[in-house]
Design a protein around this ligand. Structure first.
Ligand code: CA
Length: 236
């Protein structure tokens, strides 16, 4: 089941009204569904109620600190991205924040555009590892790969259709980004040892796929060959 049509939900935990106003306004304009908690004690409750896709979490809050909230959320096994909002000169706290399960942090005052870019990046990354349903899209910046509709789109070009096998290959590789995958593993998992296939079959398909998804197929950036090992789909 695809979640793409439903707006992503963002919980903001922040006690500074002017910042809340700006964030809410900006995020709603971007099509996000926004929920605000303006103190610490009810933040976790809100998460349980809303089941958000991402959280913006202020560090210094009345009632309960951002650290405690972050720890509690991770203890409850929620895995959505958390971006912490820290005041200037709380630099030292970044390390603690990341150690207790925050994914990123922004130092106030920050530019809204930068925050948006980080939110989008975090959500993209999170959706690649989404627990439910098949993977529908991969971003190989600037190339867009749509697995649901089986096409690749490079900037300024027409859509390039993907074969069923290419989609299967990408579906296998995408959750294993940055892991070396051997030809034998691909033969076993993607081709399932079909009649008359061998590792050469894998090479031919990889090379065709590369021509579709790479901006410069001769110098692949994403679908790389690891000599003597196999292949690897690299992250952006
Ligand atoms: Ca605060």
């Amino acid at each position: 089941m695809s979640n793409n049509k439903q707006p992503k939900k963002i919980v903001i935990v922040e006690d500074e009204p002017s910042l809340v106003f700006t964030l809410r306004d900006t995020l709603e304009n971007e099509g996000y569904k926004v929920f605000v908690v303006d103190e610490g004690t009810h933040a976790v409750e809100k998460v349980q109620e809303v089941d958000p896709d991402l959280m913006l979490l202020d560090l210094m809050l009345p009632g309960k600190s951002g650290y405690d909230i972050c720890s509690e959320i991770r203890e409850l096994k929620y895995s959505f991205p958390i971006i912490m909002l820290t005041a200037r000169d709380q630099e030292i706290d970044k390390v603690t924040g990341l150690n207790i399960g925050a994914d990123d942090y922004m130092t106030k005052p920050f530019g809204v555009k930068e925050l948006l870019a980080r939110i989008n990046a975090r959500l993209r990354r999170a959706s690649k590892y989404s627990k439910s349903g098949p993977l529908n899209a991969i971003t190989l910046d600037p190339v867009e790969v749509n697995l649901k509709e089986s096409y690749v789109k490079k900037p300024g070009q027409d859509r390039i259709p993907l074969t069923t096998r290419e989609v299967e290959l990408l579906r296998y590789l995408a959750p294993r980004r940055n892991e070396p995958i051997s030809r034998d593993e691909l033969l076993e998992q993607v081709w399932r040892y079909e009649y008359s296939t061998n590792t050469r079959t894998v090479d031919v398909h990889i090379s065709k796929l590369r021509a579709k998804i790479e901006m410069h197929p001769d110098e692949p950036k994403y679908l790389v060959t690891l000599h003597g090992v196999g292949y690897m789909l690299k992250s952006n």
